[in-house]
Structures are given as structure tokens and as C-alpha cells.
Write a protein that binds this ligand. Structure first.
Ligand SMILES: *[C@@H]1O[C@H](CO)[C@@H](O)[C@H](O)[C@H]1NC(C)=O
Ligand SMILES: *[C@@H]1O[C@H](CO)[C@@H](O)[C@H](O)[C@H]1NC(C)=O
Ligand SMILES: *[C@@H]1O[C@H](CO)[C@@H](O)[C@H](O)[C@H]1NC(C)=O
Ligand SMILES: *[C@@H]1O[C@H](CO)[C@@H](O)[C@H](O)[C@H]1NC(C)=O
Ligand SMILES: *[C@@H]1O[C@H](CO)[C@@H](O)[C@H](O)[C@H]1NC(C)=O
Length: 342
């Protein structure tokens, strides 16, 4: 009896130590632990994650009372339509506000409710009923996720001055035509911008040169202005698949971007292969109308150290067969492990 209880006791002890291993506040001197009675009664404030409050899947129609000291607030999968101006009056420490899957509408989000959150880093309002980008937003913001809404516009100044913003998700909205020009200007920390699954017809001007990943797939873009990507020195992933790109809309060197690792131009109307940088590794061109394979699109010159770094090249769903591939191809495409034609 006594011996049997020893292993159980050890498990209990290690469980207690584990709590502290996962505490995000262990870096500093903070040891704020709100008493459980301070948690909103319908929500969950885990003892091993004391600055987080979870109010997911509760069919809530209005905001719960948020006690002071909460930094990470999750209110996902509820039926909240609006946010009162004072909703966060006691939670100025809030860093993450996660509101995915609610019924939030712009007109019911009152006053400057987000701008008052002077420590806010992540704001997620994916899968809601927004028709425009919420704002004003605090300058501390790092990540803004507003995918799967009904957003038709991004007001010109709503993102202005958000110097620390690194991630924007606006995929699956109703952005149409040329509504974004200048909207992202000056966001000098931006690394990731997802505008896929909209009805955008023009690439917006003023995109930050800091971008690493730029996703415009599933839109209505027919051309890329000459020198559009000039100055993008760190861009690695560019997706323009499922658009209306044609040869006439693609000036000679527009995709010859030396930092690019992956370029997706699949499901367009291209007849020829655009020129790309020798550094490109993954090139997706499936389902276009390509009927020739000039090596000059990949290698201007070929030498011991000058060759294309492409490993994966997809050309299936075009008008090309093995016979169209030039014999000297492997001098240029010498590291290609996969070239798919059908
Ligand atoms: C803020 O805290 C005060 C005092 O505890 C309380 O009366 C008030 O209802 C709280 N406000 C919100 C919006 O939770
Ligand atoms: C979203 O808003 C529209 C009006 O813009 C309204 O008709 C619809 O019922 C709302 N949907 C939800 C889930 O709130
Ligand atoms: C932006 O980030 C830097 C580095 O993390 C930080 O020092 C600075 O205070 C932030 N600026 C704002 C406005 O939050
Ligand atoms: C891409 O542009 C560079 C100059 O920026 C040039 O040296 C290189 O030959 C070009 N690549 C191709 C395949 O034309
Ligand atoms: C496919 O390419 C051949 C030449 O390689 C050309 O004769 C034919 O018209 C092309 N078909 C289509 C549908 O573009």
C-alpha cells in the first residue's frame, strides 16, 4: 500500500514542476496569479497559464467580464456581434486577442476599443462578418488576422504607422479591383502578406520591401507592372497562381528576383516561361498554355558555377512533351530532381 503510493507521488511532483516549464511569464519577476474567483465564471483560466482566459465554444452573445491581469484572451466560436467601448477597461495588459468564428460587424465595434490596448500584439478576427479592416489599431500590433470575412475595403490610413506589424492575413475576403493601392505603405516590418482568394485586379502600389512572403493567388490579376518587384531584396515566396496572367502582362525581367526561392504561376494563361533568377528552387507553371521551353528563361549563361538552382519544376497541364525539352537542358537545370510534364 505504502510502496504503491510512491510512484504516484513522484508523478504528482513532476506535474507541478512541468507547470512552470510552460509558463510564458517565467522570464521576468512577474508572479501574478489571479485568484480563480476572478475568472469570468463561464470561462476557463488555467492555473498553469494564469494570464490566459479561454471562453471558446460557449454560444456567448456578449463579451464576458475580463479581469485585470489577463494577457491572452481567447473567445473563439461564439456569437458575439459587437464590442463595447469599455470592454477592455480593466485589461490594459492584453497582448493577444483571439476572436475567430464570431459574428462581429464593424458598426458594432464601438469607439477606439483596440487602440486603447497599449500592449496588444496579436489581433485575430478570422471568420467573422467584418466589411472593412478594423481600426484604429495600436502601434504595438505585430500580427493582424482578418481572413474569411466580407472585407471590401482597407481605408487608406487604417494601417498607417504600424511599424511593428509583421503579419497580415486578409485572404478570403471581398476585396475587388484596385482597392488596395497605398494601403500597406510604410509597414516597414511586414514579412507576410496574404491577399489570396479575393477579386483583386491590380497589384497594389506601395508594398513594403521588407516582405518575405507575398500571396496573391486566386485573384483576377492580368499583369505585373514593369520593375514592380525591384528593391524587394528579401522576397522568398511569391504566389500568383489562379489569376489571369498573360504573356503580354509580364515584362521581360519582372520575375527575375534574386532572393526568390519559390514562384507559383500555375493556373494562368501564360504561353511562354517567364525569365527567373538562377537562385529560384521551386517553380510552378502547371495548367497554363506553354508550348515552348527556352533555356534562356532559366540560365542566361551556363558555366561551372552558373546554373539554375531549380529542383522542382512543374509544367504539367501545358502544351509540352518530353520532345520539346532541349538536350543541353541538364547543363542549366543540373540540380532539378523533378520536372513534371503530365
Ligand atoms: C472593470 O472593473 C470594475 C471594478 O472591478 C467593474 O465594476 C467593471 O464592471 C469592470 N469592467 C468591465 C468592462 O469588465
Ligand atoms: C452578416 O452581416 C450581414 C449584413 O451585412 C447579415 O445579413 C448577416 O446576417 C450577418 N451574418 C452573421 C453570421 O452575423
Ligand atoms: C516595436 O518593437 C520593438 C522591438 O521589439 C520594441 O522595442 C518597440 O517598443 C516596439 N514599438 C512599439 C510601438 O510597440
Ligand atoms: C536576372 O537578372 C540578373 C541581373 O539582375 C542577370 O545577371 C541574370 O542573367 C538574369 N537572369 C536571367 C535568367 O536572365
Ligand atoms: C501545341 O503546340 C504545337 C507546337 O508544339 C502547336 O502546333 C499547337 O497548335 C499547340 N496547341 C495549342 C492548343 O496551343
Amino acid at each position: 500500500m505504502h510502496l504503491n503510493s510512491v510512484p504516484f507521488f513522484l508523478v504528482l511532483i513532476s506535474g507541478i514542476f512541468c507547470q512552470y516549464d510552460y509558463n510564458p511569464d517565467d522570464y521576468g519577476y512577474e508572479r501574478y496569479v489571479p485568484s480563480p474567483s476572478l475568472c469570468a465564471p463561464e470561462c476557463d483560466c488555467p492555473i498553469n497559464y494564469p494570464t490566459a482566459m479561454y471562453c471558446d465554444n460557449l454560444k456567448l452573445k456578449s463579451f464576458p467580464i475580463v479581469p485585470s491581469g489577463i494577457k491572452y484572451l481567447y473567445i473563439r466560436n461564439n456569437m458575439i456581434e459587437g464590442i463595447e467601448e469599455n470592454a477592455f477597461e480593466n485589461v490594459t495588459d492584453l497582448q493577444w486577442l483571439i476572436l475567430d468564428n464570431n459574428h462581429l460587424e464593424n458598426s458594432k465595434i464601438k469607439g477606439k476599443v483596440f487602440a486603447k490596448l497599449k500592449n496588444l500584439k496579436k489581433l485575430h478576427i478570422n471568420y467573422n462578418n467584418l466589411t472593412e479592416v478594423v481600426g484604429p489599431l495600436p502601434k504595438t500590433l505585430d500580427e493582424l488576422q482578418l481572413s474569411h470575412n466580407k472585407i471590401t475595403k482597407v481605408s487608406p490610413n487604417v494601417l498607417e504607422g504600424l511599424m511593428n506589424l509583421t503579419v497580415i492575413h486578409l485572404q478570403n475576403n471581398q476585396l475587388k479591383g484596385d482597392v488596395l493601392s497605398g494601403a500597406f505603405r510604410g509597414l516597414n516590418s511586414l514579412l507576410y502578406l496574404d491577399l489570396s482568394f479575393n477579386q483583386i485586379t491590380k497589384l497594389p502600389t506601395g508594398l513594403p520591401r521588407s516582405l518575405l512572403m507575398l500571396y496573391f493567388d486566386n485573384n483576377l490579376i492580368s499583369n505585373v507592372p514593369d520593375e514592380f518587384f525591384q528593391g524587394f531584396k528579401v522576397l522568398q515566396y511569391l504566389r500568383l497562381s489562379h489569376n489571369k496572367l498573360e504573356d503580354s502582362g509580364i515584362p521581360g525581367n519582372v520575375f527575375n528576383i534574386s532572393s526568390l526561392v519559390e514562384l507559383d504561376l500555375s493556373f494562368n494563361n501564360l504561353k511562354s516561361i517567364p525569365t527567373v533568377s538562377e537562385n529560384l528552387e521551386n517553380f510552378y507553371l502547371q495548367v497554363n498554355k506553354i508550348n515552348k521551353f527556352p533555356l534562356s528563361s532559366f540560365c542566361k549563361v551556363v558555366g561551372p558555377a552558373t546554373y539554375s538552382k531549380i529542383t522542382h519544376l512543374r509544367l504539367d497541364g501545358n502544351n509540352l512533351t518530353r520532345a520539346d525539352l532541349p538536350h543541353e537542358m541538364y547543363n542549366c537545370l543540373r540540380v532539378a530532381t523533378e520536372i513534371s510534364l503530365e
